[in-house]
Design a protein around this ligand. Structure first.
Ligand SMILES: NC(=O)c1ccc[n+]([C@@H]2O[C@H](COP(=O)([O-])OP(=O)(O)OC[C@H]3O[C@@H](n4cnc5c(N)ncnc54)[C@H](O)[C@@H]3O)[C@@H](O)[C@H]2O)c1
Length: 305
């Protein structure tokens, strides 16, 4: 079997590459917009440096491929607000390129990394796939576009497709240095340095944090299970407050960093939690937990020091 991972030099993509070591030939197409070559250190992959917007590079990457994991994207909501046209180009047009190339190369299935951002700031939890999408950013709009394009290619071109809406993914190799970094790697890095951890608001906002290994499990399940198509949420269906997260990280790192409260950020959603019942009913089960994932992630960042 041969698999292509667009955005494979990124945080989640590199874990997919790791999963397939010894199980399949792995091709990675990445232009290092936000990913890093070092994420693939020690992994056997056919690395093609290029963009999903370059059809020639995409065709080369797609040769002989059975499964496509499409993760290449502008990944940040705030960045998409600042650069909406670039976001549309990479996330919507880029996804169309990937689908055309996959259909032309007769790939079996394309799985898209979609996002819980599609639910916008609708306060209802848990989020279920039947809720009306309320995308509030170019990032969310383009992820939703992608889902529709995947479904269109399934109907019109007979290409297998499925979209997974990830909730808050964390794990080793998530980049704490990017200007749009997520809470888990930032908190761990601050805790290990003894620097104060900043929380926006009272820390009572909740998120459905999910360990990257379970996201990989869900992606692989969706890619290899013919009956899975359309859109599915992926989260643990559990909520953790940001304050609980910070305290757990302080405990795991043995850090005495202070927790500082900063003014709430405009546009932050108060509560976000998935119902993954649809994917679970289709046969997927998470194999890990937040506690296990946080321990592994802290261990990884300690090892970098
Ligand atoms: N991390 C999360 O919590 C989360 C949540 C929901 C959805 N997602 C989605 O999962 C996917 C992976 O996210 P991540 O957290 O691993 O981020 P990441 O930034 O580590 O990975 C994205 C990768 O795509 C690459 N890329 C960007 N534009 C490209 C282009 N034009 N051509 C080729 N490669 C390109 C980047 O260099 C990077 O390696 C993204 O599609 C993201 O929107 C992530």
């Amino acid at each position: 079997m041969r698999v292509l991972i667009t955005g494979g030099a990124g945080f989640i993509g590199s874990h997919i590459a790791q999963h397939f070591q010894g199980k399949a030939e792995v091709v990675v197409l990445d232009n290092f917009r936000s990913g890093h070559r070092r994420n693939l250190d020690g992994l056997k992959v056919d690395l093609i440096e290029g963009s999903i917007l370059d059809r020639a590079a995409l065709d080369r990457a797609m040769r002989g491929v059975d499964l496509v994991f499409h993760l290449a994207a502008m990944i940040s909501v705030p960045e998409s607000m600042l650069k909406p046209r670039e976001c549309v180009e990479i996330n919507a047009t880029g996804t169309l390129h990937v689908l055309e190339a996959a259909a032309d190369a007769k790939a079996r299935k394309v799985v898209l990394a979609s996002s819980a951002a599609i639910y916008g700031d609708n306060p209802t939890v848990p989020k279920v796939e039947t809720m009306a999408p309320e995308p509030k950013s170019p990032y969310a709009v383009t992820k939703l576009d992608g889902e529709y394009y995947l479904e269109m290619f399934r109907r019109e071109r007979g290409l297998g497709t499925a979209s997974l809406r990830f909730f808050n993914v964390f794990g080793p190799r998530q980049d704490p240095k990017s200007p749009y970094a997520a809470a888990v790697p930032i908190f761990i890095e601050k805790a290990l340095r003894g620097d104060p951890i900043a929380i926006f608001g009272d820390g009572g906002a909740t998120r459905d944090f999910i360990y990257v290994k379970d996201i990989v499990g869900a992606l692989v399940y969706a890619a290899t299970t013919e009956s899975v198509h359309g859109t599915h949420n992926v989260g643990y269906g559990r909520k953790m407050t940001v304050l609980e997260l910070a305290r757990e990280i302080l405990r795991l790192t043995g850090s005495s960093s202070a927790i500082e409260h900063k003014p709430e950020r405009l546009g932050d959603v108060r509560h976000s939690m998935a119902s993954s019942d649809k994917l679970q009913a289709a046969g997927w089960k998470p194999a890990h937990s937040v506690a296990e994932g946080l321990e592994a992630t802290v261990g990884y960042f300690k090892g970098l020091k």
